[in-house]
Write a protein that binds this ligand. Structure first.
Ligand code: IVH
Length: 693
């Protein structure tokens, strides 16, 4: 590998580009493993040349612990709030009010954006580099949370994000020297649930809701903790700028921020009339779950920034915008009982059995109670009226009891001393909040283990739903996960419900046949998925990938010591011990032998390292302009020789544009579509890098 500073800088740009594709565009060009390889190369260089390290290096996102408390940071302009409108009439009267103040309002357009339920933050850029950031605070002065904001991968450390001018070349000249951008930090519902699932697997405390978790994460004194939380951001305002030029309308401003590499909402839209803006807002009321994050309304903003500013503000609310609030999703209902579910690892999780209640069209009868500590800390009693919230796709959760409505008949809850499924003693391990059923033959655990084994992120066996698994266990056709691979057609047929068997007639045996095919297809799953599927405590998809990459085979993993395991990034001491313990258990050794006998013993097939392998497989290129050394045909040949495809026109599907002198309209199109741009030199680097990966 070249060890020059030029190569180092290029590597930073390359990684930052992939970071942007992944965290902002949600459209990665390379796999996690390829990304990690690049990052490792970068770390190796920085290890040898500490004096080269630049602030925009991805390794600089996690800084050191803040000693005491956050310092204050004054905002360059007040960080305003929003007045609320509840329903169509409210929104109209806002419009009528401002129209009376300024006749331009009658002809203005509007931008409607989701009102994200997160935390407002203020990001300062000086000469295109992120230098500091703050919370909103009281709107005048916030807290300096720079180090925590750095850990959020969606926040660009340097703008424009796309090097070589891609996406923003025509803007480069006009980026203000001082630029202060406002956005909302939050956690996507999917990421929140995933994080909670991982915590639950480790027996650690789960979080209650995305918003509070995001808030708590931003106020951590140790940025390494913040870095572990899946925070992201959407930006929507320029608070202040010195020099340069900024767009004069909200709509253009969103496009401009986007072109610079800031994440902006793709649900935002522009409308010519207030009627259209309101109708659009209302159309989101029932579809808000589709956003993937919590939004408590939509914001209707006057598009023209001069008009917006001229309208001024009342207190802390600008007159030029209004928050159209969605109906609340919190209700109270009676807590009829507290049930306890047994998870795959034996964790006992309490849940609320509720008097059925409707929340925005969905009937809720169950809600999570997180863990036993939560019930105790909130003093939740059976018979209480409880406040519950259903938010997005997140499982409904109990917020707390309405203490004033108690009548004395409520009963405090006792943590069970035996497993509700198998009746064996439960235990708590040192340092964990969770209680466990430690009986490995507990039917609930076996069921959950199989459910996990066949799930989408693991072996992905389509058609093996909970009902059929239950029946297969009941029939003794499955006693552990390895039995899945010796199931025969008769066993599957007798586990099908009557109704399923009926549909079996036309065409006969279809369901059983499909399932057998799906089981067979899962034999080809890679080692990483097989490791995930085993369901070892603390080993989720990410750790499983690292383990598969490191050991390359089941034999290697099974023989590893706790010390060796801990050397792998992302594997802590608890997980290392859990892995060793798992392989030590005789019961698991038997299961593994059965897997081997059934021909399931995956190994990692390593990529060949020689030149000319298809490192560009799946990528599409467009070449434009005159390249310094290669002719157009030679460039095409080069790309195709490593598996890439070359096409003539730029589209959203184009992976890279290779740019030479005097390009034509393809360049403009690529900029418009945010297609990353390579020079001949960076094209060669990319091939080299991919070959090394
Ligand atoms: S605009 C002058 N846009 O909602 C700008 N705010 O309840 C005023 N919020 O304090 C804010 N998403 O923290 C705006 N797309 C969005 C927003 C948004 C969320 C928050 C923001 C504000 C609060 C007001």
């Amino acid at each position: 590998m070249e060890n020059t500073i030029e190569h180092y800088i290029k590597l930073i740009e390359e990684i930052n580009l992939h970071n942007y594709r992944y965290h902002v565009l949600d459209d990665p060009l390379i796999s996690d493993i390829e990304y990690d390889t690049l990052l490792r190369q970068l770390r190796a260089i920085e290890g040898q040349h500490a004096d080269w390290i630049r602030p925009d290096s991805p390794t600089q996102r996690v800084g050191s612990v803040i000693s005491d408390k956050f310092t204050k940071l004054a905002h360059p302009n007040p960080i305003l709030s929003l007045a609320n409108a509840f329903g169509r009439d409210d929104a109209y009267s806002w419009f009528e009010r401002v129209k009376k103040m300024d006749e331009r309002v009658a002809k203005t357009s509007f931008v409607v954006e989701p009102k994200i339920d997160g935390l407002s933050v203020v990001l300062h850029y000086q000469k295109n580099v992120f230098i500091q950031g703050a919370t909103r605070g009281d709107g005048e002065i916030g807290e300096d949370i720079t180090e925590n904001l750095r850990t959020i991968n969606a926040i660009p450390m340097k703008i424009p994000v796309l090097a070589n001018g891609s996406g923003a070349k025509n803007l480069l000249a006009s980026i203000p020297e001082t630029l202060v951008v406002r956005g909302e930090v939050f956690i996507n519902n999917k990421d929140f649930e995933k994080m909670n699932k991982q915590l639950e697997e480790k027996g650690e405390k789960t979080y209650q809701n995305p918003r509070n978790t995001a808030a708590g994460s931003l106020r951590q004194l140790d940025p390494a903790i913040t870095a572990k939380r899946p925070l992201t951001i959407l930006c929507y305002q320029i608070v202040h700028h010195v020099g340069g030029e900024i767009p004069q309308t909200q709509w253009e401003l969103l496009q401009w921020l986007k072109a610079l590499g800031f994440p902006v909402s793709d649900a935002a839209q522009k409308f010519g009339t207030i009627d259209q803006a309101i109708s659009f807002t209302e159309s989101w009321e029932n579809g808000r779950d589709k956003l993937g994050y919590e939004a408590d309304g939509m914001v209707i903003k006057i598009d023209d920034q001069n008009l917006f500013n001229d309208l001024g503000f009342v207190g802390k609310d600008p007159r030029g915008a209004i928050a159209f609030k969605f109906p609340g999703r919190e209700v109270t209902t009676r807590l009829n009982g507290i049930g306890v579910a047994v998870g795959r690892t034996g964790v006992l999780t309490p849940y609320a059995e509720l008097q059925a209640v409707e929340i925005n069209g969905v009937i809720v009868e169950r809600a999570t109670l997180h863990n036993f500590d939560f019930i105790r800390d909130k003093d939740i009693r059976v018979g209480d009226r409880v406040l519950i919230k259903r938010a997005g796709e997140v499982i409904p959760y109990v917020i707390g009891p309405v203490v004033d409505l108690r009548n004395g008949s409520e009963k405090t809850f006792e943590i069970p001393t035996v497993c509700p499924e198998c009746g064996q003693q439960v235990e708590q391990f040192e340092g964990e909040v969770a209680w466990y059923c430690i009986n490995l033959s507990c039917p609930a655990q076996i069921l959950r283990t199989i459910e996990h084994f066949v799930s989408k992120g693991a072996m992905d066996i389509n058609g093996m739903g909970i009902k059929i698994v239950e029946k297969l266990i009941e029939n003794d056709s499955i006693k552990d996960i390895s039995d899945i691979y010796t199931l025969n057609r008769a066993e599957i047929m007798s586990a099908l419900t009557k109704r399923d068997r009926k549909t079996e007639n036309e065409p006969p045996g279809k369901i059983a046949e499909n399932l057998i095919n799906a089981i067979d297809a899962s034999r080809k799953q890679p080692l990483s998925r097989f490791i995930t599927a085993l369901g070892i405590k603390g080993v989720g998809e990410v750790a499983a990938k690292d383990l598969a990459e490191h050991f390359g085979s089941m034999d290697g993993l099974a023989a590893a010591s706790a010390a060796e395991l801990q050397n792998i990034e992302g594997v802590g001491p608890n997980t290392a011990t859990a892995i060793v313990d798992w392989f030590d258990l005789e019961r698991n050794q038997i299961v593994l032998k059965k897997f081997q006998a059934a021909g399931l013993w995956p190994v990692v097939v390593r990529k060949e390292q020689k030149e000319g392998v298809a490192v560009f497989a799946g990528l599409t290129f467009v070449v434009t302009g005159t390249l310094p050394t290669l002719s157009r045909d030679q460039a095409k040949e080069l790309i195709e020789s490593v598996g890439g495809k070359v096409t003539d026109s730029v589209s959203a599907k184009t992976s890279y544009l290779v740019l030479g002198e005097n390009p034509g309209s393809k360049y403009d199109k690529a900029v418009k579509l945010n297609v990353p741009i390579l020079s001949e030199e960076t094209l060669n680097d990319l091939i080299k890098m991919k070959n090394q990966g």
